[in-house]
Design a protein around this ligand. Sequence first.
Ligand SMILES: Nc1ncnc2c1ncn2[C@@H]1O[C@H](COP(=O)(O)OP(=O)(O)OP(=O)(O)O)[C@@H](O)[C@H]1O
Length: 261
Amino acid sequence: MSVAAVSARRVQKQYPGARGVLALDGINIDIPEGQFVSILGPSGCGKSTFLRCVAGLEEITSGDLEVGGRPVSGPPDGIGMVFQRDALLEWRTIRKNLLLPVEFAKKPVANYQAKVDHLLDLTGLRDFEQSYPRELSGGMRQRAAICRALVDDPSLLLMDEPFGALDAFTRDQMNFELQRIWMETRNTVLFVTHGISEAVFLGDIVMVLSPRPGRLVEVIEVDLPRPRPLSVRETPEFGKYVSHIRGLFDNMDAGTEKRKA
Ligand SMILES: Nc1ncnc2c1ncn2[C@@H]1O[C@H](COP(=O)(O)OP(=O)(O)OP(=O)(O)O)[C@@H](O)[C@H]1O
């Protein structure tokens, strides 16, 4: 039996301090290797907290959390991260930005030049390898950030609202491109988003979290063939997933209103 890429058992996270927020409660999930997992939920429900716990940047308060069959205690090997802000280094060319994780890991840069070439080709950035980040558009910068996260072949890619700062048109294009890149790499991806349509378009699985403290409301398997064209969003099958998830959020809102009343 293969080991789950990420396994969470009764995971709880309370931030420290007198008014320490309970951010996650009772999260149970086994994520098989090679799945694209969208994590969806209202603002402040603990999506980023979950990602940071998986990345070993935050410690869980109770429960068990494993990555690749090992309990998380600090950043695990073989993960890549992409954030809303791309965090490219402005004084390094795109090519040199891509090589940064290799330099950090003190691995021989020469062994990675071909991989960088391939990623630049895959994302259409080859002509910009000697450019600086400020010379690129927002979408191109985010593509470079994705390349950088992929350069050392991570088995797990963690993406925290990577397209949140992009305009709607560029975001659509990036969704399509990310799918294309992922279909080639097939690493496990955890992708945090606020967008129901984006979550369904990209995900094999959508994890829906409740308002704080984040509890897993439902795990939805998205059974739509790939590659999914952007026009899949116009189909009734896609619409069914979206309205089901919207219904879950409406119920959560109704629950919150009742508690307030
Ligand atoms: N470092 C921290 N210290 C204390 N509380 C925190 C910290 N980081 C997050 N929180 C709290 O934990 C809760 C969950 O935050 P988190 O950022 O994980 O939510 P989110 O679902 O990613 O939100 P958003 O969609 O708005 O980015 C929030 O109430 C937040 O205030």
